[in-house]
Design a protein around this ligand. Structure first.
Ligand code: SF4
Length: 457
């Protein structure tokens, strides 16, 4: 058996593109969190790295991702074997990239420290502002430079642009994508890219929402202007990082849902806590005194903060648990043993079974009844319970059956369509940024009065 493909841990830049939403929005975050332990490597992130490599190899070697099924990877201590389901998902990205015309560069080192007026390396030797772009394609015919980013996670759906908060309805590029794209423009500009070309930034997230894709376009000129506009913030963030936590003040911190979410200081940050606690009163001054329930505006105001409050609470709980585990005595709180894990049966083990157990299981007696019978745990349970010991056999889901059936029995798959039903999606309240169109009017024929309104009728 060949050794697994090892992907060494990459050195992250200080002002890394993946954290741009944090350091551009909260200028003191890097400085305040300097020296804090980083989040431990996660299996999900490591799996994403492995399938990025599968996609890279497919693009570079001109193969499909299925060619790598069975390959083993080791990433940050986690081991994976490339499987058909995930290879197929990585292939969705590979197919989309192959459909883009032009000259393609895969896994490109992209450096944007010069664009932001920052040094290349910090005084500790760490890269300051750089990253690896998944794919850059220069389409000379249509005058478009493409910067594509593969995300293999499915929890957080990532969009290529964000709605401005000034009420203009305009959108800005996702900062991570924009920094990659700006660095790509700079790197390849001498190949003939002009300011009036378009830049297309795209997110491919094949595991999210049944296959999520989002893109955003702007001119090279506008992207350069956007990048130049980030210089001041980037320099302040870098300077505050050089100062370190002792010299960062609460006024340097700007809490917000996006930036606080993965910040190492979250749950232990005064600015974040002050902001969350100040949010609980909900426009009480504007409410007519006789109403005790929220009107739509007040409800929306509270709802706007729901994600941030939930994130803050979970980060606060994590910080408190970590302090308690480190010996801090927290008034009114104590450490207890939580719920125990599920019991696991080691079915690989063996049992020495005597005559009494043999009789119970109906196993034939050996010539010498005092002899012990050596049985695998699994076989012993099988003797005792037969089929009742096993989970019932179940068909795979339609989503998992589709590909193999389409390949092996396309006629049957066509016939099966009449037996496949799909429930409509339940109404879900989402922020306006969500790209799905709004649902049709869902009001009941005979409207129900909103709480608090009946008293006014
Ligand atoms: S928790 Fe939020 S406010 Fe505090 S440093 Fe981090 S990003 Fe800034």
């Amino acid at each position: 058996m060949t050794a697994p493909i090892q992907i060494p841990e990459s050195v992250h830049a200080l002002l890394s593109p993946s954290k741009a939403h944090m350091w551009l929005a909260c200028l003191g975050a890097l400085g305040a969190a300097k020296g804090l332990p980083q989040r431990p490597p996660s299996r999900y992130a490591a799996e994403g790295t492995a399938y990025h490599d599968v996609a890279r190899r497919a693009l570079v070697e001109g193969k499909d991702c299925s060619a790598y099924i069975g390959d083993r990877y080791e990433v940050e201590g986690f081991k994976f074997t490339v499987d058909a389901e995930n290879a197929e998902l990585a292939q969705v990205y590979v197919d989309a990239i192959r459909a883009i015309p032009g000259k393609r560069f895969v896994e490109v080192d992209l450096e944007y420290s010069g664009l932001l007026g920052l040094p290349k390396l910090s005084n500790t030797g760490q890269p300051v502002a750089a990253g690896t772009g998944d794919c850059v394609t220069i389409d000379y015919e249509n005058h478009v430079i493409h910067s594509d980013d593969l995300k293999f996670g499915k929890g957080d759906v990532v969009y290529a642009s964000v709605l401005r908060t000034d009420g203009s309805g305009l959108r800005d590029p996702n900062a991570q994508l924009a920094l990659y794209a700006a660095a790509a423009v700079e790197r390849y500009e001498l190949l003939g890219i002009e300011d009036d070309w378009m830049v297309k930034m795209a997110i491919h997230q094949p595991r999210a929402n049944g296959g999520h894709y989002d893109s955003f376009m702007m001119t090279v000129r506008d992207l350069k202007a956007w990048t130049a506009a980030q210089k001041l913030a980037a320099n302040r963030a870098y300077t505050l990082w050089t100062f370190g936590p002792e010299r960062v003040e609460v006024g340097d911190l700007t809490p917000g849902e996006k930036q606080c979410r993965w910040c190492p200081l979250s749950g232990n940050c005064k600015a974040q806590t002050n902001q969350v606690l100040s949010r609980f009163p909900v426009s009480s001054a504007a409410a007519p005194p006789s109403l005790v329930t929220l009107d739509d505006m007040q409800l929306t105001e509270a709802l706007d903060h729901a994600d941030a409050i939930e994130q803050w609470l979970s980060a606060l709980r994590a910080e408190a648990l970590s302090r308690a585990l480190n010996g801090h005595v927290l008034p009114n709180w104590k450490l207890v043993e939580g719920r125990r894990g599920n019991r696991n049966l080691n079915t690989e083990g063996r049992l020495q079974v005597d005559a009494t157990v043999r009789a119970e299981l109906g196993i034939e007696e050996p010539e010498d009844p005092s002899e012990l019978t050596n049985l695998e745990v699994k076989d012993a349970i099988d003797f005792a319970l037969g089929k009742a010991a096993y989970k019932p056999q179940e068909l795979l889901t339609v989503a998992k059956l589709q590909k193999p059936l389409e390949k092996r029995a396309p006629q049957l798959w066509a016939l099966l369509q009449q037996h496949i039903t799909q429930a409509d999606g339940k109404p879900s309240l989402e922020r306006m940024e969500d790209p799905r169109p709004p649902m049709a009017d869902m009001r009941p024929e005979f409207p129900i009065a909103a709480p608090g309104v009946s008293s006014l009728l």
